[in-house]
Write a protein of this length. Sequence first.
Length: 273
Amino acid sequence: MARPVRLTRRVTFSSGHRYWRSDLTPEQNRALFGEWASPFNHGHNFGLEVTTIGTVNPRDGMVINIKTIDDILQREVVGVFDQRSINDEISAFRDMSPTTENLAAYLAELLSKCLPKESQLDELKLEETATLSAKWRANQVTLTRSYEFAAAHRLNSPELTAEQNVEIFGKCNNAAGHGHNYVLEVEVSGPIDMKSGMMVDLGQLDSIVNEQVVDRYDHKNFNCDLPEFSDKNPTSEVVCLEIFERLAKSLPVKLVSIRLWETARNMFEVRAE
């Protein structure tokens, strides 16, 4: 049986949109969309990654010609959305809020119908900003929000001798500790509210993550300032597990995964399943 291969193509487009419903009063709009409610457009440089899956054609050595995918993306997405007001010029969003999650679901359904039979849509990721993106896979949409905090730690296990700690952790066992600018990606899923187009109130999500993680950990020393690590070696794996448990108990939607970037080269992830 031939092993499938995935191919990802990225395109960008610039569009304006607004979170405002004409059938609601200004007060109702602000209650529904919070700080993002406005009768005026704001714009984004969207990044769209489309991943297809299929088996290699022995004749040409490809799953699908990249030019074929690019032609579809240019025609169906870039040519339609670029330099447009989504609310006013894309008919599907005249009565549907153009949230990141709604856009991702719409584009996934659209492209699933356009791809040739030899290659199926496997995954789609839409980046609205550097800190907000939505992903479609297996008919499920997830939303990812990114946060930053700076913290210090010393890698030192109470289960090891001083010599063993130095041998295993090297300079990371420095008694004075060392710091990182961490990036935390929180991925959630849930039903999309038909009225707002959102699966979660972003303001509420931000508030919970800031309370449980960012404000708690920012400019702290994991070893000295945080009781949850007082008897643990605060490796990024351990910190990642702790963050997942804290958020899983606090968020109003399902926590799919958290990804903790310790450096640009080191990322740690915990998934719900």
